[in-house]
Structure formats: C-alpha cells, structure tokens
Design a protein around this ligand. Structure first.
Ligand SMILES: Cc1cc2nc3c(=O)[nH]c(=O)nc-3n(C[C@H](O)[C@H](O)[C@H](O)COP(=O)(O)OP(=O)(O)OC[C@H]3O[C@@H](n4cnc5c(N)ncnc54)[C@H](O)[C@@H]3O)c2cc1C
Length: 388
C-alpha cells in the first residue's frame, strides 16, 4: 500500500463521497485516499439521517445549495450508474408541510418572500387548504400552513453507497483505519497519522469527519465549532390508516412526522447535552411525543412503536450552518462539516463547492464563501432560522 497521496479525506461519509466525486468528475488528476474508521458505518450520521430534502430555508445560500442538490438527487440514479446498473435512492417528493400558529405565520410570510424571489415554489395556505393535503389533520389551533411541493426524501444509505461505489470505480483509495491526528509542519499540513501509528503524507487534508470533526481539529490546535448532538427518530404504525402518504409535516411544537410506506417516522429536536450518545429513549416517545401526535390527529391515538434509532448531528452551535473551506492559519487544511441537520440535502452542493475551491482556488457554481471558517473570527455569521 502506498503511503503518499495528493489529497487525503478524513471520514468516508456523504461529504467525502460528494467531494471526491466532484473533484474527479471535474478533471482533478491527483491521487485521493479516504480514511474511514468504520467500514460498517454503524454510527456514522449519513445512514442514520432521515433523508429530508427541501428548499424552504431562510438564507439565500442555503436555498441555493438546496436547489443545486435537488437537481443532483433528481438525476442521481443515472449519474451514479455503473455499467448500466442504476443507483436507486428511493427519492420521493411528498412535499414539506409547515403547520403555523398565529406567532409563526408572520415569520413564515417574511421567509416566503426570500424563497419566492429565488424561485422556490412554496405557498401559504389557510386552514381549509391545509386539510387538502392531509384530511385527517386537526387544524383548529392553526393560523395556516406553508407547503413546499418539491420537497421530499431519499434513502441516505443508498446515496452513500452510490457515491462510494462510483468513486472507487473512479480510482479513489479507501483505507479503513482510524486517524489519530493530522500532521503539520510550520503552519501547513503534511499528512495524517493513524491510530496504529502509521503515517501517510499529503499536502492537502480535508476534515470530513462529521460529528467527530471538531475533536479532530482540536488535536492540531484549531478549534472549529462542531459538536456531536444526539437526535432520535421513531418508526410507528397506526391502527387507523391515512388516506394519502403523509408529507414531511412540521408541527408548531417542533415535532415532525412523515409517511414512509405504510409506516410513519417521527422526530423531535429535544434539548440534550453534546456528546457521543446513541441512547434511544422510549419514555421520550411515550410521555412527550405521543400526546402531541394524538392531539394533532386522532389516527395517532392507537399506534405501535415499532423501532427507533438515534444519530449524531455535526452541530454548529454558533450559527447552525456548514463550515466549508480552507483554514487561514494552516495551509492545505480544509473543512467540510457543521451541517447541523441539513447535511444530507446539501452534500451535493457542498462537495461541488469545496472541489472547486481545491482545484481552482475559488468557488464557481455557488459562492460558498459566506460559510468560510473565517466568519467566526469576523462575526459575519450566517443566521438560518429555518432549522429543526
Ligand atoms: C437522526 C438524524 C436525522 C437527520 N436528518 C436529516 C435530514 O432529514 N436531512 C438532511 O439534510 N440531513 C439530515 N441529517 C444530517 C445529516 O445526516 C448529516 O449532516 C450528514 O450525514 C453528515 O455527513 P458526514 O459525511 O459529514 O458525516 P458522517 O456520515 O458521520 O461521516 C463521517 C465519517 O467520519 C468517520 N470518522 C470520524 N472520525 C474519524 C477518524 N478519526 N478517522 C477515520 N474516520 C473517522 C466516521 O466513522 C463517519 O463515517 C440527519 C442526521 C441525523 C443524525
């Protein structure tokens, strides 16, 4: 095995996949190695994601990243096909439905103006119109809703495997080793050292370690605001079935649910301490989630909790947005992390952008410079209100 590459990516999740794919597709000729500590991806965030894809953000940069990524996902099965075998990702567009109380309505009206100006097709609806999408819903307490018809979800594990198979075919090396630290000399990166003590040299190292990226960066004395934050999802079956497939529905409480085949997937961003914690709390579902569901719709009164899982957000507690770009104090060190719950849907745009920055020294497709790591020092934060 060689021990020198032109570019090393730490972490082999969706960000690494998208970055390597875009580099090679656009003509990068250097050698690329991806170091992934867990070949089964058991605790990686990508396969534990809900796979939601939407354009209804409040900042221009997130909307543009969503629009670019949406087009990629629409054509993903062809783009990642290998020898004529399509890469199926189960992409469904059942829409996103935001249920609004009187407090949220004026806020969403303002956000809709930004979205409309950028060509997002979301619309405001009154109580009765809301029931059109979801006849069983209790709308008594609602002032209206916003529906985004282009939104939906895809299977994150299939997307991850699609990228991995494709980039392996394109020549990327995968090394299934845990990286202990990044090696540096006089403010520039020189490679990485694995937990087994082996060193690999490279002039460019990309930190794509997701929820673990903050901890890795700290080892070379560079703090980036990325923390592991536990999120739980529950899969349920109701005795009384719904007429239509339920769109990705956001309750004013913050709880969300959506149809998946004959089941419903439910989640709620409960406040928990940061940490590498994968505990699933059934009592959280029974005591806090279920009463809200039953209040929203009588079909939820009788249900069976079938399974659930917890995963980690690569959470940026400062402004809840991605960090994409090179570090000004460490030549050759790049970061693609901090997506705070919208990394699955933004991975195609994030990988494309960072690949341009590495190859050309500038962004071409979307200007991702507002997401640079420098924004924390200059306090030019990207404040996204539409994150859940
Ligand atoms: C429950 C849940 C629901 C979500 N829902 C959505 C959603 O609906 N829509 C959306 O857009 N996003 C969603 N997300 C967010 C999205 O899943 C993440 O932002 C995205 O998957 C991050 O991708 P990644 O490649 O950075 O991280 P990962 O997939 O975690 O990949 C990072 C990899 O780095 C490896 N690694 C870490 N440290 C090292 C090391 N030292 N050496 C070697 N390897 C290392 C890890 O094993 C891991 O495989 C959700 C996340 C969770 C947890």
């Amino acid at each position: 095995m060689r021990n020198q590459y032109d570019l090393i990516i730490v972490g082999g999740g969706i960000m690494a996949g998208s970055l390597a794919y875009n580099l090679l597709k656009d003509g990068y000729t250097g050698s690329i190695a991806i170091f992934e500590k867990d070949p089964t991806y058991e605790y990686s965030s990508t396969p534990r994601s809900e796979g939601g894809i939407r354009q209804t953000f409040s900042t221009e940069i997130n909307i543009k990243m969503s629009q670019y990524s949406y087009q990629v996902y629409k054509n993903f099965e062809n783009e990642m096909a290998i020898d004529g075998d399509l890469c199926h990702i189960d992409f469904h567009q059942h829409g996103y439905l935001y249920l609004l109380n009187a407090t949220a309505l004026p806020i969403f009206k303002e956000i809709l103006k930004i979205q409309e100006a950028l060509g997002v097709r979301a619309d405001l609806m009154n109580q009765n119109e809301t029931k059109f999408f979801f006849p069983e819903l209790n709308v008594e307490d609602l002032a209206g809703s916003v529906f985004d018809p282009d939104a939906g979800n895809a299977d994150p594990y299939s997307v991850l495997q699609g990228y991995i198979k494709k980039i392996k075919r394109m020549g990327v090396s995968f090394v299934y080793e845990e990286i202990d630290t990044i090696l540096t000399e006089q403010q520039k990166v020189t490679g990485i050292k694995t937990k087994n003590g082996e060193s690999y040299r490279a002039p460019i190292v990309v930190n794509a370690a997701g929820a673990w990226s903050g901890e890795l960066s700290k080892k070379i004395g560079i703090e980036i605001p990325v923390k592991p934050l536990r999120r739980q999802l529950f899969s349920i079956d109701t005795t009384k079935k719904f007429q239509n497939t339920i769109p990705f529905t956001f309750d004013p409480t913050g709880l969300h649910f959506r149809g998946e085949g004959s089941k419903i997937v439910v989640g709620w961003a409960k406040d928990v301490p940061f940490g590498y914690d994968f505990k699933l709390e059934k009592s959280f579902f029974e005591e806090e989630i279920w009463p809200v569901l039953a209040e929203r719709c009588s079909n939820f009164e009788q249900l069976k909790l079938e399974r659930g899982w917890a995963g980690l957000y690569d959470y940026n507690p400062v402004d809840h947005n991605a960090i994409i770009g090179g570090h000004p104090l460490m030549k050759g060190y790049y970061i693609i992390s901090g997506f705070s719950g919208h990394g699955f849907q933004h991975a195609p745009a994030a990988g494309k952008g960072l690949s341009e920055l590495i190859r050309l020294g500038k962004f071409e497709t979307i200007d991702l410079s507002p997401l640079s790591v420098e924004r924390f020092a200059t306090n030019k934060l990207v404040l996204e209100t539409a994150v859940y």
